[in-house]
Design a protein around this ligand. Structure first.
Ligand SMILES: Cc1cc2nc3c(=O)[nH]c(=O)nc-3n(C[C@H](O)[C@H](O)[C@H](O)COP(=O)(O)OP(=O)(O)OC[C@H]3O[C@@H](n4cnc5c(N)ncnc54)[C@H](O)[C@@H]3O)c2cc1C
Length: 532
């Protein structure tokens, strides 16, 4: 099949909050940018976000950026990078102002922004839009702001082009399945998370970990991959698989409580914040209570809340579609895979260890989330890091940053065949990960899952989007299993039934994953982080 080639200064992969923020800011700074996404522009996780954006704008008495930092470090279980956390959260308010200048409209409470509270937050600091449709509003505003930019939908990133250790472009398959090459001085991976590694997830179909796989294959490092956050309250409608509707934590923030099958509250006494404890605590408590009572779900009682349909229209519609009326009935809920706390290791400008390669948003690991993301910190991270990457690329391109791009290299790498990569069947990978690497893991289960995935893996060249995604999921499964097997303690979202305690003496460090000489992900190093 005939291939094609094009050229840009910056190729952005992904059209969620991180990718579009970076693209819009880069274009404003005069960078020639091309944006690609494998689906429709609004198909990533961003448009599904409900609760809101955690940010300290300065008009809530008693709240401060320092308090937001403290809450984030506490939720992160000793693995956040304290300096990175402070820097990102400090940049939040101006980044949100610029998003509002792009046209995003947040809910108001009189003259001020309305606020809600979510698990682990010590203050009402989460701004929201359309009640519980925050992500849809952010995506709408950013897609509109990016209207003049070249945006290629239905283009899946297959491989990073490299020359003498530097990333110099991207190989894609276009909407007709034709191979193409985008030569560029810089590539930003803003490809989101990997919730689709599990049979049941809040994440859309795009969340298959493609960016982590591309970066690892290009020689970058990933870290904290074992910390997959399970959202405690996902609508339970029977043993279905695939994307499930979320019931935002803001419902608990505004007074709803969790009950077991006998109608008893079970978070009181587990944590001082009870039903509003950080996500890892609530998800683990729900999992324990479901096991104790031999049930597939618990119940979220929101009957005492005023005006539920207007305040939470998205949740209300999902419940009604499932035959549940949250005004009259407790909502059946269960935990499901939700957020990748780890990802491609970057600095505060989104730089990976590979020259020319950047990562931002859920695909990246900046040190903000540690072992457990604080609710509503991820949209903020995407906004802040998207802008920071754009500025860093602009500086590097204009020479101030000492660019080492080799202009004549692009002709050498066009048309190289995509390499063969390990691929296992998706359903098998999802079953193995759900059984062995959910909430509650042990050594035997993790090793067994690894054997199951390995036995089903063959080498192949992905020729379409499904193949690219299956290969990414296979690599992510091996990487998560390796990292989870190495961490012989329980911390944050990583709950080991064979090591139930936290071991600060030697486990307060991040597992850094790289590919070994055979292309297999292994824990290559353990790096101490600058946590408080
Ligand atoms: C149901 C739900 C509710 C949430 N609620 C909140 C909340 O209230 N507050 C909060 O802060 N966070 C929330 N989150 C998390 C947050 O939405 C995400 O972390 C964030 O939106 C991720 O943004 P992103 O730009 O990194 O990636 P995404 O928005 O996921 O975008 C990824 C993009 O990459 C593209 N892509 C992926 N692979 C490829 C490839 N190989 N080639 C080309 N394109 C590719 C996708 O098509 C997509 O355009 C929620 C998440 C979910 C799923």
């Amino acid at each position: 099949m005939n291939g094609w080639a094009a050229e840009a200064e910056l190729v952005v992969v992904g059209t969620g909050v991180a990718g579009l923020t970076a693209a819009v800011e880069a274009a404003r700074l005069g960078v020639r940018v091309v944006v690609v996404t494998k689906d429709a522009a609004d198909a990533g996780s961003t448009r599904w976000a409900q609760g809101g954006v955690a940010v300290v704008v300065g008009d809530v008495a008693g709240d401060s950026v320092a308090a937001h930092v403290a809450d984030t470090l506490t939720a992160g279980g000793g693995l956040c990078d304290a300096a990175a956390t402070a820097a990102i959260l400090r940049d939040g308010p101006p980044a949100v102002s610029r998003l509002r200048a792009h046209g995003a409209i947040f809910d108001a409470d009189g003259a001020r922004l309305a606020r809600t509270r979510e698990g682990g937050h010590s203050a009402f600091r989460v701004i929201h839009a359309g009640g519980d449709a925050t992500g849809a509003e952010i995506e709408r505003a950013l897609v509109r702001a990016a209207a003049g930019l070249p945006l290629l939908t239905g283009h899946v990133a297959v491989d990073l082009l490299r020359d003498r250790g530097r990333v110099v472009g991207l190989a894609v398959l276009d909407a007709e399945g034709r191979p193409g090459v985008l030569h560029a001085q810089a590539v930003l991976l803003a490809t989101g998370g990997y919730g689709q590694l599990y049979a049941s997830t809040t994440n859309p179909a795009t969340a298959t970990g493609d960016g982590v796989a591309l970066a690892l294959r290009a020689g970058a490092a990933a870290a904290d991959l074992e910390f997959v956050q399970f959202h405690p309250t996902v609508l339970y409608t029977g043993p279905t698989t695939g994307r499930r509707p979320l019931v935002t934590e803001a419902v608990r923030g505004e007074g709803a409580v969790l009950l077991d099958r006998a109608g008893r509250r079970f978070l009181t006494g587990v944590h001082p914040l009870a039903d509003l404890a950080p996500r890892d605590v609530v998800a683990a408590a729900i999992t324990r209570r479901m096991a104790e009572t031999a049930t597939d779900c618990v119940y979220l009682d929101a009957r005492a809340l005023d005006g539920f349909p207007a305040r939470f229209p998205t949740v209300y519609a999902a419940c009604r579609a499932a035959g549940i009326d949250p005004v009259r009935d407790p909502i059946p809920v269960t935990p499901a895979a939700h957020y990748a706390c780890g990802g491609v290791v970057t600095d505060l400008d989104g730089r990976t260890g590979v020259p020319g390669l950047y990562a931002a948003g859920e695909v990246a690991r900046t040190g903000l989330h540690g072992a457990n993301r604080l609710a509503s910190n991820s949209l903020l991270e995407g906004l802040v890091l998207g802008e920071r990457v754009a500025r860093a690329v602009a500086v590097e391109l204009r020479g101030d940053g000492g660019s080492t791009w080799i202009a004549e290299s692009s002709a050498d790498v066009a048309g190289e065949p995509a390499p063969a990569v390990p691929i296992a069947p998706r359903a098998l990978v999802q079953r193995a990960m759900t059984a062995a690497a959910g909430i509650g893991r042990d050594a035997a289960g993790l090793a067994g899952a690894s054997d199951v995935v390995d036995a089903a893996t063959v080498l192949g060249v992905p020729v379409d989007r499904a193949g690219v995604e299956d290969a990414a999921l296979t690599l992510l499964a091996q990487a998560v299993l390796a990292a989870a097997g190495t961490r012989t303690e329980s911390r944050g979202c990583h709950v080991r039934t064979d090591f139930p305690g936290r071991d600060d003496l030697w486990q307060r460090a991040s597992n850094e994953v790289r590919l070994d000489g055979t292309g297999r992900p292994v824990v290559a190093a353990r790096a101490r982080v600058g946590a408080a």
